[in-house]
Design a protein around this ligand. Structure first.
Ligand SMILES: Nc1ncnc2c1ncn2[C@@H]1O[C@H](COP(=O)(O)OP(=O)(O)OP(=O)(O)O)[C@@H](O)[C@H]1O
Length: 419
């Protein structure tokens, strides 16, 4: 992809640094004082759990010396046993001696601090959304997971993907039995559940909005394409099936995603089909190329002019329903429109088909600005575009005896009534 489709990380940083904890840190942790009978976690309203050591016990109460140097007396029910330090940043929490909420949370937290965002829990792979791009998805990492077995490598989505791929080849998945995440799993971890995505081999990827389901699904697809691909790059814009599968993403995202409170790029395919709620994504791509370099600018400008769109998204009702600027996101910098355009090429759209898609989108964008007024003494309203719309854009008139459509000639000005 020109400019690099987001998520395809370069291979210039050693990804293993992110996948394995530094030795020094591991050694320090191993040397921390630990007593299997006395080291425990105590529930805390703000911190979740705090480490401490049992000093004395009396009926259902224990007195604890906390790492914060406080001494507290709590109910036995409010403490959980601590795992031996050898389980520091363990790749599968099911290996832990004490599989409890505090232990799982602490492990996820320690891993996350070191940007190890994938942790297994038996069949599950729990992912914490890092909200920043890590160099752990490039072809160098994919190749490592392709040639080495899962147990030799740190926990990673690619390992799950690799197992699933090989199971599929062996026909193990055969009937495609659906495995679902246990209900209430998020509650068990007591994590804000929108941080967490649960991944199960092939069948399920679940989590709250913004947990990272879409991004991780894309990485799985990317991995399959990587290990299936020939590695040959073609200069032809029409490419292999692997390329096409990957390049479906920019198109789907442009037409199907929305900015929501939790997620600036939330997948909205279902709601979009049902309610038509986010046609705004593509118009944004069409009008938001302000900061682009010369070539992209020309492309954007040419398209905008042919669609009679202006640069500012604020001018368009559909695009202007909430915010038009998002922190750390620049549609111009990210080449978003160009991704979509190239993706169309890779997917085999002809130039004519692409233009039709842009025209339709432009038409919808203009449609959002139509104002309806009731005709005097008639049970009929008439639509008037607020700015000139491209030739062939249809605007509706709603009459008592059914909808009527007006076709606009080039340059606007409603006439040519057809029904
Ligand atoms: N592995 C990751 N690395 C870096 N950033 C990520 C990763 N996963 C998710 N993100 C960030 O979090 C945002 C939300 O992720 P994503 O869209 O995948 O969530 P989702 O669970 O599919 O949400 P929704 O259900 O609303 O579609 C992404 O736009 C991206 O900024």
């Amino acid at each position: 992809m020109p400019g690099g489709y987001r998520g395809e990380c370069g291979d210039d940083v050693d990804p293993m640094l992110f996948l394995t904890p530094p030795d020094k840190e591991r050694i320090e942790t191993m040397n921390k004082p630990y007593d299997i009978k006395r080291s425990c976690w105590v529930k805390d309203e703000t911190e979740g759990f705090i480490a401490g050591e049992i000093q004395s016990e009396q009926s259902d109460q224990v007195t604890m010396k906390m790492v914060t140097n406080q001494t507290v007396t709590v109910k036995k029910d409010d403490i959980q046993q601590m795992n031996p330090p050898k389980f520091y940043q363990v790749r599968d929490v099911e290996d832990m001696t004490f599989l409890n909420e505090a232990g799982v949370l602490d492990n996820l937290c320690q891993c996350y601090i070191n940007m190890k965002i994938y942790t297994y829990s038996g069949l599950f792979c729990v992912t914490i959304n890092p909200y920043k791009w890590l160099p752990i998805y490039g072809s160098r990492v994919a190749k490592m997971y392709k040639v080495k077995t899962g147990t030799e490598m740190p926990s990673h989505l690619f390992s799950i993907s690799d197992n699933a791929y090989h199971d599929m080849l062996m026909g193990v998945l055969g009937g495609g039995a659906a495995v679902t995440a246990p209900a209430g799993q998020e509650k068990f971890f007591h994590l804000p559940s929108w941080y967490v995505t649960y991944l199960l081999p092939i069948s399920t990827c679940s989590g709250e909005s913004s947990a990272g389901k879409t991004e991780n699904t894309k990485k799985v697809t990317q991995y399959f394409a990587e290990i299936r691909g020939t590695g040959k790059q073609s200069s032809d814009r029409k490419r292999s099936l692997e390329d096409q599968i990957i390049q479906a993403n920019p198109v789907l995202e442009a037409f199907g995603n929305a900015k929501t409170i939790r997620n600036n790029n939330s997948s909205r395919f279902g709601p979009w089909l049902q309610h038509g709620c986010k046609i705004a994504a593509v118009p944004r791509a069409l009008v938001d190329s302000e900061a682009s370099a010369a070539v992209r600018w020309e492309l954007g400008q040419q398209q905008r002019e042919s669609l009679l769109l202006v640069l500012s998204p604020k001018e368009y009702h559909w695009v202007n329903q909430s915010v038009t600027m998002v922190d750390n996101m620049d549609d111009g910098d990210d080449d978003r429109l160009e991704w979509v355009d190239v993706a169309f090429d890779v997917l085999g759209f002809s130039t004519e088909e692409k233009i039709s898609v842009y025209r339709l989108t432009g038409g919808i964008t203009h449609f959002g600005n139509v104002k309806f007024k009731q005709k005097p003494r008639q049970e009929q309203t008439e639509g008037t575009p607020q700015r000139a719309a491209p030739e062939g854009t249809a605007f509706g008139s709603f009459c008592a005896d059914g909808p009527k459509v007006k076709m606009l000639p080039s340059g606007g000005g409603a006439s040519n009534v057809c029904v």
